[in-house]
Design a protein around this ligand. Structure first.
Ligand code: PEP
Length: 249
């Protein structure tokens, strides 16, 4: 069975004391599902979060990283720096990184390579904008994003890759893809993987849904056969809501 995963992306929210308080709430929450749980604080709070969550089954992950190992890249953070503070998983390709920081499929391919070269696990995000969905191009957009950033990899790399389908029109908007829209796209993604790498690889990769996933809709979305969990933004900032989603499995 594929690994079920619920990951919270805290984005640029929570200073140090807010991070500590959210972590205290998370540690007090009761987990009743088998889903793997991850949270992604800001860079400045990664180490504190790692220390505070060591010994729990909540993994601390990063929201981004640079592809270079070190050097003249002011303001950036490398894979080995993340690893040095205990982080083993990184989110790459979030739509906010693509939209506001000009990340492209080509630059993301380099980040993917750098993360894998450092034995890190990747949650790789992609998804169409509203215009693509309205014009019926959503599948070809997603196919192109996946192919350009990931299809240069060997099949064995996919044991360290989790995919996150995040329709941009559903992120932070309160609008969610319907469970059927999510399932259709996840099945399409799995078929795209199977066509290139075979069904063993395709059936082993966890595909998360992201986009206004909340306690009141998670159960229905997670009940779909190709949906293996969620990447959660807004609802991850409240421990009760986040664990209601984790426990929706
Ligand atoms: C996200 O940022 O990945 C996300 C899915 O956000 P939200 O849950 O707030 O839509």
């Amino acid at each position: 069975m594929r690994q079920q995963i619920v990951a919270g992306n805290w984005k640029m929210n929570n200073d140090l004391s807010q991070t500590e308080s959210l972590i205290t709430d998370l540690k007090n929450a009761k987990k009743t599902s088998k889903a793997e749980v991850m949270v992604a604080p800001t860079f400045t709070n990664l180490y504190k979060a790692f220390e505070a969550l060591t010994g729990t089954d909540i993994e601390v992950i990063a929201q981004n990283m640079h592809f270079a190992e070190n050097g003249a890249y002011t303001g950036e953070i490398s894979a080995s720096m993340l690893k040095s503070v205990g982080v083993k998983t990184v989110i790459l390709g979030h739509s906010e990184r693509r939209e506001y920081f000009n990340e492209t499929d080509e630059s993301l391919a380099k980040k993917v390579d750098a993360a894998l070269a450092n034995d890190m696990r990747i949650i790789f995000c992609f998804g169409e904008v509203l215009a693509d969905r309205k014009s019926g191009n959503h599948e070809s957009v997603v196919e192109s994003q996946i192919k350009k950033a990931l299809f240069h990899l060997e099949a064995s790399a996919f044991k360290n890759i989790v995919l996150a389908y995040e329709p941009v029109w559903a992120i932070g908007t309160g609008e969610t893809a319907s469970p059927e829209q999510a399932q259709d796209m996840h099945a399409f993604i799995r078929k795209t993987l199977a066509d290139k790498y075979g069904s063993d690889v395709a059936n082993s990769v966890s595909i998360l849904y992201g986009g206004s996933c909340k306690p009141n809709n998670a159960k229905e979305i997670f009940s779909k056969p190709d949906v293996d969990g969620g990447l959660i933004g807004g609802a991850a900032l409240n421990a009760d809501d986040f664990f209601a989603i984790v426990n929706a499995f």
